[in-house]
Design a protein around this ligand. Structure first.
Ligand SMILES: [Zn+2]
Length: 264
């Protein structure tokens, strides 16, 4: 069974010196590619280097909506340098809007939202410029994300809503626009009926799987540190939901991820 983890955060594993171990376990579990996603500019050269040294790792460049800091404003100027030469990122991400964790004070909340929107628009502009895929983090903000993407001119077919957390109806709306969603180990959780419904509403043709590790470990590892080698548990669960074999899910999602991100 071959799988691609389309969204992970390997920084912790690199920092702790565990990365070789993690990659060995992932390869043994059938992972043929792992995409590691940036949350801040300090990770960019780290991921670029890892990617240059490791053929089955890819990366995304971006600033997470909850990690925006004034000192990162200049970082965007270096964006272009990462797209030239070896080990270019396969997408811009993760970026987007997180309206789940907002300050209680309404004025402060509005200021945070405005900052996130400015950051997101900047990413979308660059996605347009570099004609690249975009990995969107949307929490309580699907409509606002759609509005910003529409205004940016980035084709929705270049957009994936990672760790999809909207309704089945919203999934259909996104699919109609041309966008897609990818799914994490949450689909293995008993209480995640709504998410499984959204996954079924999209269908297998656009399905991609991800760990979003070190978070969101699938059952039976829920609550523990997640890693790419646990992705088969999510594939099995997706197979059960769709009524197909894990092998079928693995083949379909691997091909979808290759096609979407342009992986070899
Ligand atoms: Zn993430």
């Amino acid at each position: 069974m071959h799988l691609i983890d389309t969204h992970s955060h390997l920084e912790d594993f690199i920092f702790n010196g565990e990365i070789e171990e993690i990659l060995t376990r992932a390869r043994e579990a059938g992972l043929v590619n792992i995409i590691t996603c940036s949350t801040n500019p300090a990770e960019w050269p780290v991921y670029q280097k890892l990617c240059a040294e490791t053929p089955d790792i890819s990366w995304q460049i971006g600033i997470h909506p909850t990690e925006i800091k004034p000192e990162y404003a200049d970082a965007f100027e270096a964006f272009g340098t990462f797209f030239t030469g070896k080990a270019a990122p396969v997408a811009i991400g993760e970026t987007g809007l997180d309206f789940y964790w907002l300050p209680k004070d309404p004025e402060e909340a509005e200021a945070v939202k405005a900052r996130q929107m400015e950051n997101f628009k900047r990413h979308l502009m660059l996605a347009s410029q570099f004609n690249t895929k975009v990995c969107v983090h949307a929490r309580n903000s699907i409509d606002e994300c759609v509005e910003a993407i529409s205004a940016s001119g980035v084709p929705f077919s270049n957009v994936v809503f990672h760790c999809y957390s909207g309704t089945a109806e919203q999934m259909k709306m996104l699919n109609d626009l041309g966008a897609r969603g990818s799914f994490t180990g949450i689909i293995t959780y008993k209480n995640a009926e709504e998410m499984r419904e959204a996954m079924l509403a999209q269908g297998i043709e656009k399905l991609m799987l991800e760990t979003d590790c070190p978070y969101l470990a699938p059952v039976p590892f829920r609550g523990k540190k997640n890693e790419p080698s646990l992705l088969p548990y999510t594939a099995r669960s997706a197979g059960e939901a769709f009524g197909v074999s894990p092998q079928y899910i693995a083949d379909a999602t691997t091909q979808n991820a290759k096609d979407f991100f342009g992986l070899l």
